[in-house]
Ligand binder design. Structure first.
Ligand code: PLP
Length: 310
């Protein structure tokens, strides 16, 4: 029989699930992977927390009683592939989490995907900072079996997240009502022009690249590449000056963030000195769509003035 209107709910579907935030999406993945035994998860060794917000990445691991181990990262937060491979080959992990910090990915994701596939490990991409969902030619968020996103880190909403399932190898349980997105956040998502937002963020990033200038105290972490959509402009502040600069900028009405100035206790300084060094030096300057040309010149001038007087 020919139907008079469509009835197939699986046809042309993107497999997006709208959650209250990114951590609810991540928690739901762990919950869905859980069987009679607890989930073994391999995670990056750069995960922070604050007293106010807890840890968006690690709290779900705790609430799901998963057991975590951590792989080493390099100074640009790329994965130490030898360490990653060694851990995966020596122990049975159920899943591995990759974080695309600040919207950048400089990892060989094809290789990571292959390592996970060969060892039967579910690959999950944390795209909380990498909102590339609406870009057809982007691969970020499509390597993993799952990826998840944070709306309020990208849009002016208070909450909201997205869980994306890229294949049907692993089933998702049904999402409980308390983990679903608010209607207002969903409306804001549906109304947003992601192409323009990404364009503005990229323009802002390029302005920092232009104005930040040469300064031996400031290390720019990433050069902008064609498919990058930055969450912030991350810099490393050398010579123990990060905290002082952070408060100097704050006092001059230019608040910034330091993702992550405090790492979870499981990531110790003895075992992961590289992560602690980044945590001590990181400063994230705003590139969001409400930031404009003058703001960026103002911040860059403040940074220059600060190092002139330090
Ligand atoms: C890398 C990363 N993943 C996930 C989260 C959780 O995001 P949300 O606040 O949307 O739960 C955060 C922030 O807390 C984060 O920085």
């Amino acid at each position: 029989m020919i139907e008079k209107s469509p009835i197939d709910k699986q046809k042309y579907i993107k497999n997006l699930f709208f959650t209250s935030n990114a951590r609810a999406a991540w928690e739901h993945i762990l919950f869905s992977l859980k069987s009679s035994k607890n989930v073994e998860v391999l995670m990056p060794s750069y995960i922070g927390y604050t007293d106010r917000e807890g840890s968006g990445v690690f709290d779900p691991v705790k609430t799901q009683n998963a057991h975590a181990e951590f792989y080493k990262l390099n100074e640009d937060l790329t994965i130490d592939l030898n360490h990653f491979k060694r851990l995966i080959q020596n122990k049975k992990f159920d899943c591995a989490l990759i974080i695309h910090y600040f919207g950048f990915c400089r990892n060989n994701m094809e290789e990571i995907k292959n390592i996970c596939r060969q060892n039967n490990v579910v690959l999950i991409e944390d795209c909380a900072h990498a909102f590339n969902l609406h870009f057809k030619d982007t691969l970020l968020g499509n390597y993993g079996d799952f990826s998840f996103y944070s709306l309020h880190k990208y849009l002016p909403t208070n909450s909201g997240g997205v869980l994306k399932r890229n294949n049907d190898k692993n089933k998702l349980k049904s999402l409980s009502i308390d983990k679903k997105i608010d209607i207002e956040d969903l409306e804001h998502y549906a109304n947003s022009d992601f192409i323009e937002i990404a364009k503005k963020r990229r323009e802002n990033y390029s302005l920092y690249e232009k104005y930040i200038g040469k300064n031996s105290n400031v290390h720019v972490m990433y050069e902008l590449m064609p498919n990058d959509i930055p969450q912030t402009f991350p810099i490393l502040i050398r010579n123990d000056n990060r905290e002082k600069l952070y408060f100097y900028l704050f006092d001059q009405r230019a608040p910034t963030t330091a993702l992550y100035y405090r790492l979870i206790d499981q990531i110790t300084k003895e075992e992961f000195p590289e992560s602690h060094k980044i945590s001590n030096e990181i400063l994230n300057l705003p590139v969001h769509q409400d930031t404009d040309h003058e703001d960026i010149i103002y911040i860059c001038n403040l940074i220059r003035d600060f190092f002139g007087t330090v």
